[in-house]
Design a protein around this ligand. Structure first.
Ligand code: AMP
Length: 425
């Protein structure tokens, strides 16, 4: 039987160095913003996502990988990262920390049973940031600035920040009523799911993929017209802070996001860069005001965003460099030379150099090809003569110079001819 990876999954092999660099860049940006890492489980109780993300959303109702464990508990592979962070924030009482504002980031695999297509996988990766504990428009803006600066630092062109406000509980209630009134006459033409949504959560009718083109969608009420006074004040402050920072944004009154926990500010980072295709959403986020209390925590709120890392990688294109080469490739000729080489690579690695050697008992030609493929700075050739004389032959693959070096001088030779800090520490 031939095995293949499950549909919608990929093996990361040649691209692994790029992933590492992307991850490193994201960690560095997080350090600039004083955001610490949080690692939550890859699976959680299904109930968490039903509650947090919302059971009328597509993610929960159609796309979750849910199974029963051996004790009959319902478990779900996480489809997104916010629910886990919020659960942990409550469970570990992070809200009681003397530092009221808690900033966390996560990155890792997420799972959604979607139709695999260009840019959509069933196992994909997200990088996300959550800033919890304080309801202030300044933090909404810090999240947005961070999100935009990440995609710009990856070299993505034509980046647009789309923003909207869903308002607070009072605004959402008024909006809900307006949506019901609006969609009621059209219900008989709308799909089964929309009829369900109408009862449970009419906001979700707006992101229906089946009824997207229906007449009633075009003139549906907009959240922005139903904001309470305090929700409007929050959003006005967000906009004026963005203006002050000269961050361009588009007020997108149709933006509602596909997850239920959002309230107040929602945003998406959209790019027209041809690497991704016009109007591609790289990521998005927003504020969630009742998620923490719904999970049993106090009345505190959070704001965050998540990026699809596969999309960030495409966005980065050639902006992330390939892996650095080896410091030394050791090339023994004969059994004794091979024994000596094992000693040398062990010593070199202990001294902080990256190196490898030939174990395949090949001739010089094959070994030089490997040195080339591994982009080795030095090739170290060891034949019978060298073993006898307790020396090695060091060839710099850049200058092509060859030098005979005594065994005890190998490290000092590399240090001298490489330059401090040049090799992999
Ligand atoms: P969401 O959590 O749905 O707001 O998605 C945030 C980002 O994650 C999206 O903008 C995409 O970049 C990425 N994303 C979501 N679903 C997938 C998927 N199935 N495959 C690849 N990337 C995805």
């Amino acid at each position: 039987m031939a095995y293949s990876a499950p549909r919608g999954t990929v093996d990361i092999i040649n691209q692994a160095p790029k992933w590492q660099q992307l991850e490193q860049l994201l960690r560095t940006v997080c350090a600039y913003y004083n955001v610490s890492e949080m690692r939550t489980p890859i699976f959680e109780h299904t109930e968490l996502f039903n509650r947090a993300v919302g059971d009328t959303t597509d993610v929960v109702s159609k796309e979750m990988y849910t199974f029963q464990d051996k004790k009959g508990r319902s478990i779900t592979l996480r489809p997104e990262g916010t629910a886990g962070v919020a659960r942990s924030f409550v469970e570990n009482k992070l809200f009681a920390n003397p530092e009221k504002l808690q900033k966390y980031y996560y990155m890792g695999p997420m799972f959604r049973y979607e139709r695999p297509q260009n840019g959509r996988q069933r196992q994909f990766h997200q990088f996300g940031v959550e800033m919890l504990g304080v309801e202030s428009p300044y933090i909404d803006v810090e999240c947005m600035v961070m999100a935009v600066s990440i995609v710009e630092s990856l070299g993505l062109k034509d980046v647009k920040l789309h923003i909207n406000s869903l308002g607070d509980e009072e605004s959402r209630e008024a909006y809900r009523e307006a949506l019901k009134e609006h969609f009621k006459p059209a219900l008989k033409d709308l799909c089964y799911d929309c009829n369900q949504r109408f009862e449970k959560n009419p906001l979700r009718i707006l992101d229906c993929k089946v009824d997207r083109a229906h007449e009633s969608m075009k003139d549906a009420p907009k959240t922005i017209d139903y904001l309470s006074e305090s929700a409007k004040a929050h959003f006005d402050k967000v906009c004026s802070l963005l203006d002050d920072l000269e961050i361009e944004y588009v007020l997108d009154v149709n933006l509602v996001r596909g997850l239920d926990y959002y309230s107040h500010t929602v945003f998406e980072v959209i790019s027209d860069d041809k690497k991704l295709g016009t109007g591609s959403t790289v990521g998005g986020g927003g504020r969630y005001s009742s998620l923490i209390s719904e999970l049993g925590g106090p009345e505190v709120t959070g704001v965050g965003f998540a990026f699809g890392m596969e999309r960030l990688l495409i966005a980065a294109g050639d902006g992330l460099n390939e892996e650095e080469g080896l410091d030394v490739y050791v090339m023994p000729l004969g059994d004794e030379a091979r024994d000596l080489s094992v000693q040398i690579v062990t010593m070199l690695r202990a001294n902080g150099f990256s190196c490898d050697m030939d174990y395949c008992e090949r001739g010089l030609k094959g070994q030089f090809k490997s040195a080339d493929r591994f982009d080795a700075h030095f090739s170290m050739i060891i034949g019978e003569e060298e073993v006898k004389n307790e020396v090695v032959n060091m060839k710099c693959n850049h200058s092509k110079e060859q030098t005979v070096v005594k065994l005890e001088n190998i490290v000092s030779f590399i240090d001298e001819h490489y330059g401090e800090g040049d090799h992999h520490e």
